[in-house]
Each structure stands twice: as structure tokens, then as C-alpha cells.
Design a protein around this ligand. Sequence first.
Ligand code: ZN
Ligand code: ZN
Length: 320
Amino acid sequence: MQIKLWGVRGSLPSPTTNTEYSRKIQRIIEHAIQAGLDSSSDIQQFINTLPDHLKYVYGGNTTCVSVRSNSGKIYVIDCGSGIRLLGYHLMKGDCGKGRGIVDIFMTHYHWDHIQGLPFFTPLYIKGNILRFYSPYKDQKKYLADQMRAPYFPATFEGTESTKEYVLLDARARKPLQLEDDLVVDLFPLKHPGGSFAYRFKQAGKTFIFATDSEFTGEIFENGHDAVYDFFQFADLLVIDSQYTLDESFMKFDWGHTSYTMAVNCGLRWKVKNLVLTHHEPAYMDEKLHENYVAAIEHGENCTNETTKIHIATEGMLFKL
Ligand SMILES: [Zn+2]
Ligand SMILES: [Zn+2]
């Protein structure tokens, strides 16, 4: 499987501001002076030495992830604003010829997880099939409601693609067979109005996507075997980590997790790669980088030897 992150921001799309851009330039020039950069042929090498928050932007688009199976089929999780970019990519293939089939798994219908759908070009192409999977029986209405006058000029029902809906049973523990060797199942998460984690398994590898969710210490207590059964030993877990620990206390019951708790989860569940996502829109890249460094330090203080911690960055690709 190949997993690509198209949107990693929580709650609201958050483009880089001019203030942030200026600060980045200033810091980069300071680094260049310190490094004694004096030749254009050394620029790339110099860029490689920069800290991540100066080398990249973490990204302003809201949640969207693609999973490319070993057979080359594309599965999508959520329709945040990142799905616009995925749409451009898919239009270069079968979707551009009206022969695309796109399977889309919905975690829930908060606005930041559906707002990109009206800008997903394959939606408008006759012949494409968009198949939505969700445990919410009113999913068609939830998707369509944002595309009505006066909010949007085109209606969801009026778009040219064919839409299909698959109702998932959240209580059934039987995975859904997507391909001969590819299965997916889901797990309910603590979030206002509910949300679901998805777990894809193929060729002995496991990818879990778990946002939006408020993970708290009580899930490590006895009687939560189902949590361990679902999350343990994942090769890749992309997890909600919107807050700092202090913020998570102030925003108790808001449905998101601190990076400290997200690291605790990754370590307890012995996941190989833990990716912190659903970044707080108020945080500039410098702050996100600070949180990331603190998350790694927290992991080291917990004598972490099994889990590699990453910070979600738009365009990031994982191969399992
Ligand atoms: Zn969200
Ligand atoms: Zn949400």
C-alpha cells in the first residue's frame, strides 16, 4: 500500500500568512549567513540542512488521505480541502476519461472533512463512479446539504458522476473485503457527533487512520481490549494530535488529542510509524515544529525504541 496525505490541517483551511512567510525568509537567510553560503551551486545542499519548518510548509489543507493498494486501486479517506489536489491528480488517469471509480471512506461529516468535495473535479465528469462508505445512514444528505443555494452554485445531485453509497455496520467486527488480499474495518472514536477510524490491511501490512478523536488515559485501563485489538502493531497510524497537553485540558470534550497523548497511544500500541495530524489552524509551522520536537522528546523519555514519530506534512508519502 502507498498512503499519501493531501490535507493535514484540522478544523479550517489555513494558508501560510505573509507574516509567516517573511519570518521563514528571515530565518533562512540567517542560516545561510551562518553557513557561509556563497555559491548558487551549493543552494540545494544548504536547503537540505535546514530544519523541516523552514524546508517545507506543513500545509493548510484540511483532511484527505489516499490509499493506493498493491493492485493500483485508489481509496480515499475524507473530503477536506486536500481532495481538490487529489482530484487534479486523478484527472490525469481514468477519472479524466470518465472511467474512474473512486471509493471514499468518510470518518464523519464535520465541515473540514467534506468541504473539498464541491472542488473535486472527478465529481463533475460523466461516467465516473464515486462510491461513498460510511456508517451514517444519512450520508447522502450530509454530502448534498453543503451544495445548495445560496451556499454553492451547483447541486451535488446535479453533478454528472454516478454516486453510490455503502452503509457500513459500525458494530460488526467483520472486515469489508475490498480486494482479494485487501480488507478494511472501522472503529468508533470519541468525538462530538462521533467519528470513525479506518484500518486497511494488505499483504501483512496495516494502515490505520484515526482522526478526529479525543484519546484519553482511560483507554489504557482494563476493559478496553477492543481498543488494543484494533490499534496494536499497526505499521502506520495517522492520529489526531491537534493540541498541546495544556490545551487538551482546557479543551476537554472538544474531541481532539494532545501530541503527548498521541505519542502515549503509539507507544502503548507498539505502532511502527506514528504520524501526528489534524494540526491546529492557529499554529504556524514554527509552533508545529516545536510540538513535534517535544513529541519526540516525550517519546524518548518514555524509552521509546519501537515507534518512529513523524509530523504530517502535505504531500507526505508512506510505502508499506
Ligand atoms: Zn476535523
Ligand atoms: Zn470533527
